[in-house]
Design a protein around this ligand. Structure first.
Ligand SMILES: C[S@@+](CC[C@H](N)C(=O)[O-])C[C@H]1O[C@@H](n2cnc3c(N)ncnc32)[C@H](O)[C@@H]1O
Length: 258
């Protein structure tokens, strides 16, 4: 069954980590404009809303269609008065026209079927020359083989039926670029990058994380029994001792509103 973002059980799944330092450095390198107000659509627990503010954007509005996620984000960013959170849908946020310089959409588009509609909404929110930043994984990013740092690859090795689920829900780069074009975006740039997802001091911590399905919506497609099989499989594949630095490959698209 796909993840249910409205279930209180999943409240902490997208709020209990910090954006990686490497991501922060990469993002800082992209920011060459004077951005006053950003919108983080599909903000989850606000991890990146906070990171956008810490990167120097003075005001950030996080939007999510899940009340549970918005509550988690408010708790996560309780000390940041310049970040606010509202409930809204990526297709109809309810936010005002042409009021923002930057729209940020990380790890949301694989939950949406209609990309053109969500990018048109982003375009409506942006001022002229405003920037949209999208980050997600394409089918090719997801289905890279498993290694001691690309843990996700092991999931597909043990349960090949998950590959089809990823192929169905993930958008190809061509689809993303076409939808951006049709929503009126220009100067589209695509960047591929490996990102540290999490560092685990011990293998035990990673296994516990897998069993909890923390921050991994694909694991909601497995039964509890399959999840235990997967935990045992990953345990067997990894070295007995030593730190685990888990990485995922991502695609980032950056574009401008005409
Ligand atoms: C995988 S989480 C990513 C959270 C956050 N962007 C991050 O990278 O940590 C996807 C988020 O998108 C939200 N979401 C999914 N579909 C949505 C929609 N149609 N409108 C608004 N939010 C949506 C979910 O509630 C969830 O919080």
């Amino acid at each position: 069954m796909p993840i249910n973002f409205h279930d209180p059980k999943n409240k902490l799944t997208y709020s209990t980590r910090e954006a990686d330092r490497g991501w922060k450095e990469f993002f800082a390198g992209l920011l060459n404009d004077d951005i006053q107000h950003a919108v983080d659509i599909g903000c989850g627990g606000g991890i990146y809303s906070k990171a956008l503010f810490e990167a120097g954007i003075p005001a950030v509005t996080g939007v999510d269609f899940s009340k549970v996620m918005v509550e988690a984000a408010k708790t996560n960013c309780v000390d940041y008065s310049q970040i606010d959170f509202v409930m809204g849908n990526a297709h109809h946020t309810g936010l005002p026209d042409q009021s923002y310089d930057f729209v940020f959409e990380r790890a949301i588009i694989h939950h949406l079927n209609d990309l053109s509609s969500c990018f048109s909404e982003a375009s409506r929110l942006l001022k002229q020359d405003g920037t949209i930043y999208i980050q997600d994984r394409t089918p090719e990013d997801c289905l890279l083989e498993g290694t001691s740092s690309h843990i996700r690859g092991y999931f597909f090795e043990l349960f090949p039926h998950l590959k089809e689920i990823e192929r169905q829900r993930r958008h190809s780069s061509i689809e993303v670029i076409q939808a951006l074009n049709s929503a009126g975006f220009t100067n589209i740039e695509e960047i591929k990058r490996w990102e540290i997802r999490q560092k685990y001091t011990t293998k035990k911590e990673l296994i516990a994380d897998i069993k909890e399905r923390t921050g991994r919506s694909i694991l909601h497609e497995l039964t509890t029994q399959q999840l235990s099989q997967l935990a045992a499989f990953v345990d067997q594949r990894l070295p007995k001792t030593g730190e685990i630095i888990e990485k995922d490959r991502w695609t980032v698209w950056v574009a401008r509103k005409k």
